[in-house]
Structures are given as C-alpha cells and as structure tokens.
Write a protein that binds this ligand. Sequence first.
Ligand SMILES: NC(=O)c1ccc[n+]([C@@H]2O[C@H](COP(=O)([O-])OP(=O)(O)OC[C@H]3O[C@@H](n4cnc5c(N)ncnc54)[C@H](OP(=O)(O)O)[C@@H]3O)[C@@H](O)[C@H]2O)c1
Length: 361
Amino acid sequence: MPPIPNRRVLFNEIPPADGYPIPGKTTVYDTSAEIDLENAPLSKDSILVKVICLSLDPYMRSRMRKPDVPGYVPPFILHEPISGHGVSVVLRSRNPHFKEGAHVRGFMDFAEYCIIEGDGFPMQSLILLKNDLQLPWSLYVGILGVPGRTAVFGWREYVKPKARGVAFITTGAGAVGSLVIQLAKRDGMKVIASAGTDDKVNFMNELGADVAFNYHTNSTKDILREHGPLDVYWDNVGGEVLDLALENAAFSASFVECGMITTYNSTNAYPFKNMFNIISKNIQINGFLTRTLLEKHEEEFLQIIPKMVGDGELKYREDITSGLANTGSALLDLLTGKNTGKSIVIVNEGNSIGRFPKSVM
Ligand SMILES: NC(=O)c1ccc[n+]([C@@H]2O[C@H](COP(=O)([O-])OP(=O)(O)OC[C@H]3O[C@@H](n4cnc5c(N)ncnc54)[C@H](OP(=O)(O)O)[C@@H]3O)[C@@H](O)[C@H]2O)c1
C-alpha cells in the first residue's frame, strides 16, 4: 500500500498569556504529511496506532507556553502535533502489551495515525481497553476517562457529604461538573449548580440539581445568600465565584479545588476579600490532580462506574467535532463556554462499536 495522508493539528504559535488561542494561528490543521502504514519503521516496544477519538480539555491551554515557563504539564512543542488523551486502535506493534487490534487509551498526537514510541511518557500513559460492555469509545475520554475519574476521585477523597447539606458546583453542565452533580444528589445533598446558558441550566435540572442557574443572567451572590450556607463547594472556575463561596461557606465546609478556568486565559488576579474565612470558618480546602488519586480510587471506579453508565444510571453529554480540521475552534469553544458537554474530536470511524447506553442525552 502506498503512503497515505496523515492529517494532523500542529502547535504553530504561542498565544499571549492574556488571550485565547486563535484557530488557524495558535494551532493549524496540517494536510501535508503522509505515512506508510505497512513500512513506517517501529523501534523496540513502539506501536503504530489509528486514532479514533481525542479529548479537548481546559488544561491544554496551559501547554501553550514557552518551553522555559514552568508548569504542571509539559508545554506543546512548536510545529509538532499537539497531544492529549485519546483512544486508538493498534495497527502494528513491537510491544508485547499492546497487540495488533487492541484498543488503547492514553496520551497521543492530534493526528489520524501516530507512532507511540516505546520509551516515552505517552507509552507509559497507555492503558489497554477491554470494553466488555461494548460502549462507544468516546466515553473513554469522557465519563469513563479523565473527567469521570476527576469527579469520582475528588468527590470520594475530599467530600464528607452531609445528608441534607448543601453543595455548590460550578460549570455544572460540563464533563466534570455534570457527574459531580449526580454524585452529590446520590449522597442526598441539596445541589446548587451554575452554568453559562439556559440550555445548560435545563441539563443540570435533568441531572437533579435543586437550584440550577445561568450565572450570566442571575446573581451568584444572591443565589448563594438565599440557598446557602455551603457545606461543599466544588470549584471549577476560581476567581470571584470562589470568593463568593468563601463568603457563603458553612462552618467546617469542604472546598474541592478542581479547576480555575476563569484564570486560564488571563493574567489578572482576582482581588480576594474572603480568604480569612478559610480560618474563621474552619474550611477544609483541597486542590488535587486526578492522577495523584489514581492508585487509591481506580479499582473502585472500574468496578462501579462503567456499569452505571452502561445501565443509564449516570447521565452525560458529548459535544462532538467530526474530523481534526475544526480542532482549533472546538478548543476555543471549550475555553469560552460554547461547548455543551464533554468536548471530543472524532478522528477516524470506529467510535460506535456496540450499543449506546440508555442515558445519552
Ligand atoms: N484537577 C484536575 O486534575 C482536573 C482534571 C480535569 C479537569 N479539571 C478542571 O475541571 C474544570 C472543568 O473541566 P471540564 O473538562 O469538565 O470542562 P467543561 O466544564 O466541559 O468545559 C469548560 C467549561 O468551563 C466554563 N467556562 C469557560 N470559560 C469560563 C470562564 N471564563 N468563566 C467561567 N466559566 C467558564 C464553560 O461552562 P459555562 O457555560 O458553565 O461557563 C465551559 O463549558 C476545569 O476547570 C478543568 O481545568 C481539573
């Protein structure tokens, strides 16, 4: 078979810290590369994969920086493909753990095909997917991937739910927030949840939120005053809303610092007024990275969550972009709140392998 096109998304330009990544400028869709699927050389332990789907995530913004700027994830390399969590199928293998035909989840390039070298971080991140429940592969970058684990691990580790207590969850219609709402309801809590559109508010109501509101058209301050005090605050946004949550916290509240998306495209620090409440209200405040809780909570996650998703007991939404060409605008949508649910790029056919769970919204 002659070489075939291998379309990719390249990191093209570092955006200013105070601004959004611009599609076609920060990242570009590249159609110039080719790959010989039969003869492309594979070093020891490496594999050649066909990418099925890729996850777009808020943390990717922090990888768009100069190489000498420190960060908790490595920067993207200029003029190389951007990378992220994805699912792919192995086409050729020199690795005994990942045989031809196997499906894998982990770090991979935003490309139609890629070689995952035997000795790097992407290979270390790879997990073999068995998918006994025959669910669409895209779930493995969403509710059964990092966002699902983030919600479940963070909730299990840091929240001591008080039945009939009050939990406030921001970006409640997103990949992480929508599952946190469901976990809080299952633990018997009253849930206040915010998001940026009325459509998202409807979704949060369907998930069982007791007080779902659009923070663009309602005052978060008034709503927290009316429905608080907060026993739990799940923070995905940081900034002013975190300050308001501190103001409205109950004594000994649990604050889970999962994300601060209001700060990702800006260098303006919010002038906090209520920080001393952390002490005076005895607030337990925990930031976390999902990977640090993997060892402790993974087994329970695998035993419980996939079956609940397959049975329709846990709901989710996906925001699908077909093909790599629109990756840049889909990432911008995620960072400006235009996504509705887990943002996923479907790269190659083969996503819908079996049945769709009952709860696809
Ligand atoms: N700690 C960890 O290990 C970890 C792992 C995964 C994710 N996270 C964090 O979890 C949070 C949610 O991630 P996700 O993957 O589930 O994304 P998501 O909620 O599906 O999408 C991001 C959402 O953030 C909101 N948003 C965007 N810009 C905003 C702004 N300037 N102000 C307020 N809200 C804004 C938008 O929703 P609205 O319409 O509601 O504004 C947007 O839909 C992020 O902060 C992310 O960094 C943390």
